[in-house]
Write a protein that binds this ligand. Structure first.
Ligand SMILES: [Zn+2]
Length: 263
């Protein structure tokens, strides 16, 4: 499932189409990805120019001329790609935006993703959000302390997956952060000491920044020595000292941790 770095990479794929007008649109209007959206109104996009885009956590917003906006969430299996102008939409290509020399394609086989349309001078209401981006200055100790205090009873792993606190963090990044901060994922959030909170804050920033600089920049692998390279396999080991990793479902997600590093 795409997390903030993967989302940033996908967002940039459509950049090549900036400044160009949309000449045609093909969409599977009845598919689940358009739930809650007036897909017909999206015809307004024809003739509009693609201006720019922005990502917040796992969400993206694409701005077009004529006060038109497109919101995209990749869900579990969504991707954004660029194809040639004569590209023929495949089964799971639920939205194909045609420009004169290319096609901007949104594909989503499992359809947990979502496409939303908005017409208006200002960004849509559903885009507004008080949650600061992790790499921003507003995501600071005070913010994180306040959030942890409000979710004291939940396991820390589950809290890290809450998008209104840790915007864009998903399963693998949460495990990476907790491993680096040496905190057991099942720990109740209220049991974290001051040092542990400080570590959690520092490692959250670090993992977000480094992921954006690798995966988010050119889809290259996260640095060697990270947990991600071991966590998917049942025979995975701690990158630090080769202790076999443990796995369990925490916060509804398969979680990996090192019994030696994390307490
Ligand atoms: Zn370890």
């Amino acid at each position: 499932m795409p997390e903030l770095a993967e989302v940033e990479w996908y967002r940039k794929q459509w950049d090549v189409g900036r400044g160009d007008a949309i000449v045609d649109l093909a969409l599977h209007a009845r598919k689940r990805v358009f739930r809650g959206t007036n897909a017909r109104a999206m015809q307004r996009l024809i003739g509009a120019k693609f201006l720019n885009s922005e990502a917040r956590g796992k969400r993206m917003l694409f701005k077009f001329s004529g006060d038109t906006w497109l919101g995209i969430h990749l869900g579990m299996t969504g991707t954004l790609r660029v194809e040639s102008a004569d590209y023929r939409a495949a089964k799971h290509d639920h939205l194909v935006i045609r420009q004169r020399t290319r096609a901007l394609v949104f594909r989503d086989s499992r359809q947990f993703g979502r496409v939303r349309f908005h017409h208006g001078a200002d960004a849509p209401n559903w885009w507004r959000d008080e949650t600061p981006e992790i790499v921003s200055a507003q995501f600071n100790r005070r913010w994180i302390d306040n959030f942890l205090d409000r979710h004291g009873k939940a396991p820390i792993k589950a809290v890290l997956l809450m998008q209104h606190g840790f915007s864009g963090i998903g399963n693998w990044m949460a495990d990476e952060i907790l491993w680096r901060a040496r905190i057991l994922p099942s720990r109740r959030t209220m049991s974290l000491g001051l040092n542990e909170r400080a570590n959690l804050f520092r490692e959250t920033k670090f993992v977000a920044r480094r992921s954006l600089a690798t995966l988010g920049k050119n889809y290259s692998e996260p640095p060697r020595g990270w947990l991600i390279h071991e966590r998917w396999s049942r025979s995975g080991v701690c990158p630090k000292h080769r202790t076999p990793l443990r796995h369990a479902t925490i916060g509804g997600r398969t979680t990996a941790w090192c019994p030696r590093c994390q307490m």
